[in-house]
Structures are given as structure tokens and as C-alpha cells.
Design a protein around this ligand. Structure first.
Ligand code: SAM
Length: 238
């Protein structure tokens, strides 16, 4: 099964962009994923090809019209793929959701511009609003590229068998342990002795401890969730 991405955008030329390079680019050329970028403007009904209008109730900027975006969306055969809309008002993207998506047939991804899309589109179609973080980008394209990059690297066959990604940050609910490579000494700093010991049990214990410490210090939100899940009583226990 090839992971198929359909991106609805006002800037189709932004795809595959960075995803044409490195790991994702090679996977694209090998047919492990494919994409099509649909120009939303092609579905505008007036001679000016307008896709936006002023916000109801007043205020700055413009809003993408529900009717135009819906026509673009309805022209796409989703074929069992989820329809995602990139928006800061969406649920934050997680590694767990990325892993689900990567294991599926792909995604239809809607990219907003201006002040976003008329809310009625979200009511009228089955759309999952997704945010890539608590900040505002100028358009959904970079967010879509980010989501796709996270998915593509997990598609079977994209990374080598040796690096399944299961050790990485968020997979275990923690940040990954710190990494080092040669030279052994750099600017007076030495790679921790344990990593050079060849003692796999000690290395694993050190990595676990570092992952826990770094998560606790850098991401207290993740740490709290991780600890909450760890100490949760079995269901039915009082
Ligand atoms: N007025 C909107 C708000 O305050 O929620 C922001 C609109 S933003 C300037 C334009 C588009 O960029 C959005 O429709 C969305 O597609 C995309 N975008 C911006 N920030 C994003 C984020 N954090 N995650 C996902 N998409 C984002």
C-alpha cells in the first residue's frame, strides 16, 4: 500500500518542497508515498477566481469561503483516508497520531491561508482539525509539510529496519536520551564513560535515567503524563 497525500492549497507549487529531498525524497522516488497538490482557486465560481471574503462581524483580514473550499474537497476521492485541516485551533499533533496516519492509506490535507476557513466547512464535512503547535504560521502549507515529514519517515521501508524510530522522543512518552558521536573529546568535553564501556545493560540503564531526567526538567507536562500513566491503578481498583 502506498501512502497517498492529497493537499488542498492555494500554493500547490510548495509541494513536495523539502519533502523532495533526503529520506522523504528518496522514498517518493521509490514510490513509498505519493502526493497530489490541488489548487483550491480552480474551484472558485466567479471570474475573479476569488476564494476569500471579509470576516462576518468585522475585523482584520480575509476568510476562506466554505463553498469554494468544499467544492475543492468534494472533488477529491478520499478513499478511506482521513481529511485533516491544518489550523492552530486544532488538536495538537502527537507522535501517536502520526504513527496511526503512517500505518494507514494516507491523508487529505487542507491548508488554510488568511484568517482561516469559514467554520461552517468544519460543521458540514468530516474534518479533523490539527495544529502543529501553539504559534501562528502564515499558512497551512508548512504545517502540512511538517505533518507529512513526520508520517513519511514512519512508513514501512522508509527508514532502515535497524531504526524503527521506537526509541525516539515521545514514542515511550519521554524525550529521547542525549546522543554523542566521535571525536571522544571535543573542546575539553568527553563522551560519558558509560557509552564507551561496551556494557549494554549499563548503557541502557544510563539512557533510561537520562531520558527521565531530561523529560522531567525540560518537559514537566510530558513527565506528569508519563508518571500519571505509570502510577494509574488497574481499572476496577478502588
Ligand atoms: N486567524 C487564525 C487563528 O488565529 O487561529 C490563524 C490563521 S493563520 C494566519 C493561516 C493558516 O495558517 C491557518 O488557516 C492554518 O491553515 C495555518 N496555521 C497557522 N498556524 C498553524 C498551526 N499552529 N498549526 C497548523 N496550521 C496552522
Amino acid at each position: 500500500m502506498t501512502f497517498a497525500a492529497t493537499i488542498l492549497t492555494l500554493y500547490p507549487e510548495m509541494f513536495p518542497g523539502p519533502l523532495g529531498h533526503s529520506l522523504a525524497g528518496r522514498a517518493l522516488r521509490e514510490g513509498l508515498w505519493r502526493f497530489e497538490a490541488v489548487q483550491i482557486r480552480d474551484f472558485a465560481a466567479d471570474r475573479h477566481r476569488s476564494v476569500d471574503d471579509t470576516p462576518a462581524g468585522g475585523g482584520a483580514g480575509m476568510v476562506m469561503r466554505a463553498d469554494v473550499v468544499a467544492s475543492a474537497l468534494d472533488s477529491v476521492a478520499a478513499a478511506g483516508r482521513p481529511v485533516l485541516a491544518m489550523t492552530p485551533r486544532g488538536a495538537p499533533l502527537t507522535q501517536a497520531r502520526v504513527r496511526d496516519l503512517a500505518a494507514g492509506p494516507g491523508a487529505v490535507i487542507l491548508c488554510g491561508r488568511f484568517e482561516g476557513i469559514d467554520e461552517r466547512l468544519f460543521e458540514a464535512r468530516a474534518i479533523e482539525p490539527v495544529s502543529i503547535g501553539d504559534y501562528v504560521l502564515s499558512g497551512g502549507e508548512m504545517a502540512a509539510l511538517t505533518l507529512l515529514d513526520a508520517c513519511i519517515r514512519l512508513i514501512p521501508g522508509v527508514m532502515g529496519a535497524a531504526s524503527s524510530g521506537m526509541d525516539e522522543s515521545f514514542e515511550t512518552g519521554l524525550l529521547e536520551y542525549p546522543q554523542y558521536t566521535r571525536p571522544v573529546e571535543w573542546e575539553g568535553r568527553t563522551i560519558p564513560e558509560v557509552l564507551r564501556s561496551g556494557d549494554h545493560a549499563r548503557i541502557a540503564a544510563w539512557r533510561k535515567q537520562m531520558a527521565e531526567t531530561d523529560t522531567r526538567l525540560r518537559r514537566p507536562d510530558l513527565w506528569e503524563r508519563h508518571e500519571g500513566a505509570r502510577v494509574k491503578p488497574p481499572s476496577g481498583a478502588r
